[in-house]
Write a protein that binds this ligand. Sequence first.
Ligand SMILES: Nc1ncnc2c1ncn2[C@@H]1O[C@H](COP(=O)(O)OP(=O)(O)O)[C@@H](O)[C@H]1O
Ligand SMILES: [Mg+2]
Length: 222
Amino acid sequence: MRCYAEKYCKKNKNHCSESCSGYVILKALYKLSRIPERYCYNIPLVPERSDLSAFEELKNFMETVEDRVSAGDGLYIWSEGVGNGKTSWACKIMSYYFRKIAFKTGIENEGLYIYLPSFLDDLRMSYGEDTDPDFQEVLSMIKNCKLLILDDVGAERSSEWVNERLLSIINSRIMSGLSTIYTSNLSLEDLENTVGKRISSRILGSTKEIHLVGKDKRGGVK
Ligand SMILES: Nc1ncnc2c1ncn2[C@@H]1O[C@H](COP(=O)(O)OP(=O)(O)O)[C@@H](O)[C@H]1O
Ligand SMILES: [Mg+2]
């Protein structure tokens, strides 16, 4: 059986079973987080020279993630290009957070991953209707979880309605002192042109900006 702790657990791998409390807690945390399966396990990320200092900052954030989450600090990870580790880093940081808190607190409202373009589409489709309990859970977690990933900000189909919803989510998280990691293909200036200043300035004020410039590495590092 495969465990999310496979890369760091010190227990004898021959004894992995559903009766291991670590396995059970992590499985629950990951399930609630909705991180896509391929980002749940360790992805070794190799920096290009141009991304060395950005990787150092990301690593530093990751290694102090419990404090960062307590302080409500966030990240804005962006690059013009695709496939250079934005989503991987965001999920890696959340995984590290789960590793740190697994035995310390409950599993409710810890971490949630949202692919923003499809989430906002779903929200629009279901608006004003009785949504299913699964979606209700997402809506509750998005406003309350301690660490949220909003993946691909600025790639959603923009409209006034969408921007108002997004603003409400971001604003309520900032007011509650909750951490959010954003990824985007847009610089903060370009984001302002896409989603408006009210959103972009709140993101700017609540995150550290990390700019990646490496090439597309989908399909392997060349
Ligand atoms: N720095 C890197 N080193 C090694 N592989 C990488 C790196 N960045 C991305 N990859 C590979 O590319 C895939 C896509 O990366 P992803 O984080 O989804 O890119 P994006 O920046 O578009 O979000 C990853 O699953 C990983 O296999
Ligand atoms: Mg991505």
